[in-house]
Design a protein around this ligand. Structure first.
Ligand SMILES: [Zn+2]
Length: 480
């Protein structure tokens, strides 16, 4: 079955067809690095991490771009978030940016989020943004006024197509007091003039200033992914005005469709209210990571559909921790069983390969339906239950069967969902295979009556804490 995705641009499920066969170009709006990363960010970026992992698992070659906003994202008060943060922490703006960019990546690394292929910074793409603004001016979609440049929303009739907001509705609701100099209240800034005391400013054809927030995403996504690319993602709260403005800028300038599929994640809420820095109701990712295992945080996020809102509470997190333990608890049990089994050269039983095929098929069908992680997790719960039944059966599965089950855990729970503890997923099985290999070589040496070699293998394994024990049913081993 082909992959289908819920495309917010057309508000329905659609079969996924990339611009170039076998490749996916994806852009996700990244963080504004002016304060600590909180678990609301984690929800967005873990969700896209699993989307990207699954696309790669499905055989696509993916280029994943996620920007770092370090200029131009203003608060409702008109202050630049970065400059405000720099004053708060008494540091240079770029020092603040560096501090929170590192914190962001460290947090994401801890959560097992695979880094984007490109993490472009807005402040490092000022010339590109100026070029875009020039293009919009030339095409009559923008106007310059007092050293600032605004996008003329009326010049782009499709404005509002993503968020479904009509221009007439916006006029009524447009905030008064915002930039009186604009021709229409809903026009938005592409470039803003800046006074000499404004630290984050650059020279431009319109004088010293800085780019508006939205233009960075149009400029950087198309620079690295092409003018029309496959997927644009982000948190649903950015749909208006940010994403809407991105579309208007890009399609007005290029005359081509911008992103083909819009995938938007639901917000993380606390008591039903969106978690955000500005509302001061956030739990920092650092605090969450001291209280809970990273895999349990991922499990919590993946227990709901990426498009749905998810309510955070300590009870919900404790429930997720227990759920995660139940889900992946079968994996260490398998490894322990494997470690105790003698080497076996027999084939995989058909019962084991049938189970693996069934589980993989159901898992893929779940993920192919708009990356339905909760349904995929339910498949893994069934798998864990079935493996436990087989382990407890009178005729226990052989080594090859257990290896097959362990490999399936690594493939689905590990590689795709990122729910297996890091460092544990492959190394213990590789370790046990290596010991089995050495035990088999020693067995051959003994058969040739090469006692010197067989003793040497046994002694040197003992030196690194592995004890071989010869019994009636072959050699078993223990790790100290
Ligand atoms: Zn963006």
């Amino acid at each position: 079955m082909p992959l289908t995705v819920y495309n917010s641009l057309v508000r329905k499920l659609e079969p996924f067809q990339p611009v170039t066969e076998g490749r996916v170009h994806i852009y996700v709006c990244g963080p504004t690095v002016y304060a600590s990363t909180h678990i609301g960010h984690a929800k967005t970026y873990v969700s896209f991490d699993v989307i990207v992992r699954y696309l790669r698992y499905s055989g696509y070659r993916v280029r994943y771009v996620q920007n770092i906003t370090d200029v131009g994202h203003l608060l409702d008060s008109g202050e630049d978030r970065i400059l405000k943060g720099a004053v708060r922490e008494r540091v240079e703006p770029m020092e603040l940016v560096e501090r929170y960019t590192r914190e962001y990546f460290e947090g994401m690394d801890a959560l097992g989020v695979v880094r984007p292929d490109i993490s472009p910074r807005a402040s490092a793409h000022i010339p590109e943004q100026i070029e875009w603004i020039k293009r919009l001016l030339e095409k009559g979609h923008a106007y310059a006024l007092n050293g600032s440049v605004y996008f003329d929303v009326r010049s782009f009739p499709a404005y509002g197509k993503l968020s479904g907001r009509l221009l007439e509705e916006q006029e009524g609701g447009a905030r008064v007091g915002a930039r009186e100099e604009k021709k229409h209240p809903e026009d938005f800034a592409l470039w803003k003039n800046a006074e000499p005391e404004h630290i984050l400013r650059w020279p431009s054809p319109w004088g010293w200033g800085f780019p508006g927030w939205h233009i960075e995403c149009s400029a950087m996504s198309t620079k690295y992914l092409g003018e029309t690319f496959d997927i644009h993602g982000g948190g649903v709260d950015n749909i208006f005005p940010h994403n809407e403005c991105e579309i208007a800028q890009a399609e007005a300038a290029t005359g081509k469709p911008f992103a083909r599929y819009w995938l938007l994640t639901g917000s993380l809420t606390v008591g039903g209210v969106k978690m955000s820095k500005s509302l001061n109701n956030f739990v920092s990712l650092r605090d969450a990571l001291t209280a809970y295992r990273p895999e349990a945080i991922r499990f919590f996020i993946l227990s709901g559909n990426y498009r749905s809102p998810l309510d955070y509470s300590e009870e919900a997190m404790q429930g997720a921790s227990r759920g995660w333990e139940r889900l992946v608890g079968g994996y260490p049990a398998l490894l322990q069983r494997l470690a105790a089994l003698p080497p076996d050269s027999g084939p995989i039983s058909s019962a084991a390969s049938d189970l693996a095929e069934d589980v993989r098929g159901r898992f893929r069908r779940a993920m192919d339906e708009d990356f339905n992680a909760p349904a995929a997790i339910a498949v893994l719960f069934d798998f864990t239950r079935e493996v436990n039944i087989r382990l407890a059966a009178e005729k226990a599965p052989g080594q090859k069967d257990l290896e097959q089950y362990a490999a399936l855990y690594r493939e689905l729970a590990g590689d795709v969902l990122g729910l297996l503890p890091k460092g544990d997923s492959g190394s213990r099985v590789r370790e046990s295979s290596l010991i089995q290999l050495l035990a088999a070589l020693r067995h051959e040496a003994r058969a040739r009556k090469d006692w010197a070699l067989s003793d040497s293998i046994r002694d040197r394994l003992a030196e690194i804490g592995v004890t071989l024990e010869d019994g009636k049913e072959g050699t078993t081993w223990k790790i100290q």
